[in-house]
Every structure is written in C-alpha cells, then in structure tokens.
Design a protein around this ligand. Structure first.
Ligand SMILES: C[S@@+](CC[C@H](N)C(=O)[O-])C[C@H]1O[C@@H](n2cnc3c(N)ncnc32)[C@H](O)[C@@H]1O
Length: 269
C-alpha cells in the first residue's frame, strides 16, 4: 500500500468506524492493515472504495485495529505488587473506599480482576470501579460478566473462581454480586472527556498502540484525573520515560504516583 492509499484508507476508516488512526503507530497499523487487506483483495483501491458496505467486514476490521486481547491478572508479577503494596497503601489513604478506573477494559477481565482484589480486602462494597472501552461489543461481554471460557479463566485461582463466577453451559459468568460493583461505559480515550477524582487509574496495553506524542498527552490527562496521591498502573511494555514522567513518582514496576500530593504536603509542612 503506498502513502496515498494509506492516507485514503485512514480517512475512510475515520468515516465508517469513527476511529482516528492518526493517533496509532503508523508502521504497525500499516503492516496489519496491509496483511488484512491482502487476504481479501488484490486491489487496494477497490477495497477502499467499497469499504463500509459489508458490516461483518467492518466489525472484523474494528477488532483487528483495536486488538481486544486480555487476561485475568495479566502480568502476574504486576498484579502481585498491586495486591501486596499498592492497594493496601491506597486503601489506607482512602480509608477503605477507593475510586478506580479501568480504561481500555476490553472484555472485562481487568476490572473483574480488580474487583476480586477489592473483595479480598473487604473494600468492594465501599469502592467504585468504572470500566470503559470504545469497542461496544467487547464492552457488552464485559457488562454481561462473560461468558468466559475455561481457557480464559486460567489465571483465576480456584477459590476466587468458585466464589465469584457461576459455571454455565456457555462458560463462566461473573456472579451478580461482583458484576454490580462495576460501572461499564463507552469512552474513546482519544476524543471523550474524562471524569476525575480517581485513586487508581488502570490503563494497560492500550497506549502501546499510540504514537509517542499521543501517549504523552494521554498520560498527562490520566494524571489530571487522579487524586493528588493517586496511582497510574500501566502495561508491562509501556514504561514512562523522559517528559512522560513529569509530575509522577515511580513506585517501581508499572506503577506511577501523581506527585501533586508532594506539593500539598510541602505546603502543609
Ligand atoms: C489489548 S486490549 C487491553 C485490555 C486490558 N487493558 C489488558 O491489559 O488486558 C486494548 C483495548 O484498548 C481499547 N482501545 C484501543 N483504542 C482505544 C481508544 N481510543 N479508546 C478507548 N479504548 C481503546 C481496545 O478496544 C481494546 O479493548
């Protein structure tokens, strides 16, 4: 695909899917789209001209672009750190009542993982978890609490599985008590307004697809949604470097604390 065709394809996808591909890393996106289109057509121009007529194809394209891959407790070591140090500290500061946002939650494994930790800490009923994604279909499965296949449940310890999920002929489904603790909403991280006042923002394996400047802006927008000592939890390959670290304190692993709280403490001292 040449530059002109790629530009036309991006414009068309923006029209039919409402996706701003300018924000996504170009080489990666171009490679994926080229592979996808070459499976279906020898003629890119015709493919672009006819794009939008086939609903099933549009859905496939959206899935391919957004990549919904996710897991319960994805990157175990990071979740262990959340459980052993980050959450207890936040719970102490927040007096057992936390406001948490899972941004780019895909089919729900991430917010349900958070909910299971909060339940274990006895803080689920007093806390709020908001889970958002811009992929309506993925969000639908998240909202329904599944069903998740046995393969999808493999990261969930047996005790948690029986406590929080029902086994149905279609797969495992989150119990109502767990489901009702999460508010699911459609949010496009590149276009929509954010709410504020979070103790913890979890945005993992989403920014990896964005260009560096888009990631930088988003990281600072996330920081502003956090309470002064709130924490941002990002993906294993999304470390914050250089300017992206502005106004954050590293907590180790993939955790970054909003340093606005430091200023408040200095003033109070
Ligand atoms: C690879 S999944 C990550 C899921 C989960 N956070 C995890 O780490 O397991 C990436 C998710 O980001 C969502 N996403 C991509 N671009 C987005 C955007 N601009 N706004 C909201 N969600 C977006 C996709 O729909 C997808 O569900």
């Amino acid at each position: 695909m040449n530059d002109e065709q790629f530009a036309r394809l991006k414009a068309r996808l923006q029209q039919v899917l409402g996706l701003d591909l300018e924000a996504y890393k170009e080489a990666q996106m171009r490679r994926r789209l080229t592979t996808y289109i070459s499976r279906l057509s020898d003629d890119i121009d015709t493919f672009i001209a006819e794009l939008g007529k086939d609903e099933a194809q549009l859905k496939e394209l959206r899935d391919m672009i957004t990549i919904n891959v996710t897991e319960f407790f994805r990157d175990e070591a990071q979740w262990a750190q959340l459980r052993s140090t980050v959450l207890p500290d936040l719970l102490e500061r927040g007096r057992g009542r936390l406001n948490i946002w899972s941004a780019g939650c895909s089919t729900g494994q991430e917010p349900y993982s958070i909910a299971m930790y909060l339940a274990e800490a006895g803080a689920l009923d007093k806390s709020t978890i908001t889970a958002t994604d811009f992929d309506r279909e993925a969000l639908g499965k998240a909202k329904d609490g599944g069903p998740y296949s046995a393969e999808e449940m493999k990261g969930v310890p047996r005790a948690e599985l029986t406590k929080h999920f029902d086994e149905t002929p279609e797969g495992f489904v989150a119990k109502a008590a767990l489901k009702k603790t999460i508010k699911f909403r459609e949010v496009n991280l590149l276009a929509d307004k954010f709410s504020h006042g979070y103790d913890l923002v979890v945005c993992r394996n989403v920014m990896i697809y964005f260009k560096p400047d888009v990631k930088g802006d988003l990281v600072q927008r996330f920081r502003k949604t956090l309470k002064p000592d709130g924490v941002l939890f990002i993906g294993a390959t999304e470390a914050l470097l250089g300017d992206d670290l502005a106004s954050f304190n590293r907590l180790g692993g993939n955790f970054y604390r909003n340093s606005d709280g430091d200023e408040a403490k200095t003033k109070a001292a």
